[in-house]
Write a protein that binds this ligand. Structure first.
Ligand SMILES: [Zn+2]
Length: 158
């Protein structure tokens, strides 16, 4: 979501601070039919599933460069994985989603952010590039905990 937040800021949205544990991103942005910027929020449910307020799904889809709901249901064959990888790097930048350190083919893997066991979809929005090690550390944490772990790992180095 860091990449998405950066993209929002770049596109003129005013980034807010989440007011509770279920908010993943909160921002002010112009919306059709409103004179003033409107609060937009993306929530993560207990299960980790993302819930999009009106307008936010479209923003996120634009950010990902995907039309419609971004559903990519086809099987993850090798070429698909490679193209996913390129799209994830285009979105998040290079490096592990958790620790931010660079990855190599030997150390990296493409992981579900919300595990399939928790209803996480096979969509680009739900995949990140991460070290196998870092991902193992995260295990089956819910999205909120993963984000906390990520902040912790990155904060620890700063
Ligand atoms: Zn890592």
């Amino acid at each position: 979501m860091q990449g998405f937040v950066a993209w929002l800021a770049y596109n003129g949205a005013e980034i807010g601070v989440p007011t509770n544990q279920y908010e993943v991103v909160r921002y002010l942005a112009h919306a059709e039919g409103h004179r003033k910027p409107v609060t937009h929020i993306i929530y993560a449910k207990e299960s980790g599933l993302l819930t999009f307020m009106p307008g936010t799904r479209e923003h996120y889809a634009q950010f990902l460069g995907i039309e419609g709901d971004g559903s990519l249901k086809s099987k993850m064959n090798r070429s698909k994985r490679m193209s996913f990888r390129a799209q994830i790097i285009a979105r998040d930048g290079k490096g592990c989603w958790f620790c931010g350190e660079s990855t190599t083919a030997a150390t990296e893997s493409i992981e579900h952010l919300v595990p399939r066991s928790q209803g996480g979809p096979d969509t680009l929005a739900n995949f990140v590039l991460a070290h196998r090690k870092c991902n193992e550390m995260a295990g089956d944490m819910c999205l909120g905990d993963k984000i906390a772990l990520r902040d912790q790992m990155r904060g620890a180095k700063a």
